[in-house]
Ligand binder design. Structure first.
Ligand code: FAD
Length: 118
């Protein structure tokens, strides 16, 4: 029946999927970005603020982007900026803060204990 095709996503599923994309994008961002790379990354985030399909989330995102515009001069900088953006949302929703020094391990290299190897 309908299960074959799945169901609409709720706010939390949408959030998890979006963070998967955003963090992965940030940790694969160029180490030495061109001006075009930098403009694309900034434009992407600003358009997300105008299109994210959770109205109150998008409203807060636009405010966050205004207060702390995307830092796009290097991969490290963009990855940490994205982590801090996520932490602002974590704070608002009462979730634990993530230690941004672990962002490459979590989203690019896998944990040092090998728990992501298969
Ligand atoms: P998520 O917050 O989805 O995180 C997924 C995984 O990312 C975690 O398990 C952890 O391993 C890792 N992680 C956690 N924090 C960080 C970090 N700082 N840096 C790197 N990795 C991290 N929900 C609301 O209720 N209200 C809102 O206003 C709201 N605004 C949102 C705005 C945006 C732009 C996005 C993308 C999502 C927003 N959400 C909002 C959804 C919310 O952030 C969560 O995605 C959702 O609540 C599901 O939470 P979760 O516990 O599964 O983990």
């Amino acid at each position: 029946g309908s299960k074959l095709y799945g169901c609409p996503v709720n706010k939390d599923e949408l959030g998890r999927s979006t963070w998967n994309l955003l963090h992965t994008m940030s940790v694969y961002y160029p180490e030495k970005p061109t001006e075009e790379d930098k403009n694309r990354a900034k434009t992407f985030m600003n358009l997300l603020g105008q299109t994210y399909p959770c109205d109150f989330c998008a409203k807060d995102l636009r405010k966050d982007l205004k207060e702390e515009p995307p830092k796009v001069e290097s991969r490290q900088e963009f990855a940490v900026w994205m982590c801090q953006l996520h932490n602002k949302v974590n704070k608002k929703t009462g979730k634990a803060e993530f230690d941004c020094k672990n962002v490459m391990e979590r989203w690019r290299d896998g944990w040092k204990d090998g728990s992501c190897d298969y």
